[in-house]
Design a protein around this ligand. Sequence first.
Ligand code: ADP
Ligand code: GLC
Length: 481
Amino acid sequence: MRVLIAASEAVPFAKTGGLADVTGTLLKVFNGTAGVDAALMLPLYKGIKERFKLAETGIRLVIPVGNARHEGRVWKHDSAYFIECAEFFDRPELYGTKDSDYPDNPERFAFFCKAALEACMALDLKPDVVHCNDWQTALMPAYIKSVYSNDFFRKTASVLTIHNLGYQGIFDPTSFSLTGLGSEWFSAEGAEFYGKVNFLKAGLVSADIITTVSHTYSGEILTPEYGFGLDGVLRKRSSDIFSVLNGIDIKEWDPETDKYIPANYSRSGLNGKALCREALFKDCGLSVGESDNPVISFVGRLSEQKGIDIILETLDDILSAGALLVVLGKGDERYQSGLARVAERHKGRVFVRIGYDDALSHRIYAGSDIFLMPSRYEPCGLGQLIAMRYGTIPVARKTGGLADTISDYQSSDGSGTGFLFEDYNASSLMSRLRHAISVYADKERWKGLVMNALGCDFSWERSAARYAELYKAAFDKKEIN
Ligand code: ADP
Ligand code: GLC
């Protein structure tokens, strides 16, 4: 199978969250095994050319977007291709600032979707399957079924993965003309959504196969509570929806070899984790007198999804329970300033770093004891997987992939890898967190939990094989139709 993975972010090139980990790692896993020959297509964001040695393909594209025409150039690095268009992608951020999204996002990603398909044609890279990810690349399945249903893509099937239904690419109806889709697509069966245009919906109605990133989430998205208005559309397509659980790059995230952390460790020796913890106290200016107390951490996007509001609400209780808090994140201004204020007020007990910092994230995963993920919803979540891989115990809401990947601690036999709570509110979070803190005080029990977490297998092999099967199923389905 020749597969083109199209995405708006992928490690190691550009990342704001887990989407980048998944697309970048999938490419790596596929190209290390037989069966799938994968290429990646990304926008050429600012800084990629400086950090990676890219080769020019010599291909220049002229892409109509609405009434304008935009020029693009195609670059290459191993099996990754990049679409250059300075006016759209040479910016400090990927999607927008802390205050708002870039207003020309519909132009930017309509351009990218078309340019990606044009680049395939110009490169004579004929994919059996285009694997699209989230709203930014969701116009591609619609294009393959309509304006690009030409000879070149006649046999190309499409798979669309929903990493996060909370982001759909919803724009004013005037933006519809930017897509270049025929007017019949501005309908209930197409990209129209309550009078607006919805890029993700265009993909959901046209992809041959839809996947999402955990089994529980694949059920949740069919309900009004988690469907963000698209549950009806998804229910109609339920026989084409599959779940493939995310893995992590276990070479990149490995406490035994990690170069970012001050000391390495594994199940056969945990001294290194204690050293990482000591170093984290220094890094974060935590008060050494508190070193017997558990260090609770959060690493992630500061968005409504992630439960920052209930973390802030529980803060006083967390501190009175004797725990310390370390936060690394970037996102909405209201959370950034709320967290910064709290850190200022509780120096030595709360540390907050606003920003994106890969190296610090590794040190936090390794050096903390408890990892918080009180998400409102969580399609899969990688934070908890990475935390467990580093023997850091998640306290998380029982939703989506968190429910599927964390097994709840049982005091009867000491089994489990974390602590789960059901209801989205500060008191449910705090009551489970209190339990975690009480187990932490019992060193033997806690060590048992850490060992359980360190023993988990979150590698990609099984899930990559599942994607390969689904690519084949999409391809066969397209051929029959
Ligand atoms: P989401 O994709 O919803 O953001 P995930 O848990 O799936 O959440 O993935 C988040 C990924 O992004 C993890 O690899 C996490 O370590 C990383 N990450 C998020 N925010 C930051 C940050 N501020 N600095 C460094 N890494 C971050
Ligand atoms: C998303 C989700 C997260 C998931 C990631 C990768 O942004 O919020 O749960 O792990 O994509 O699939």
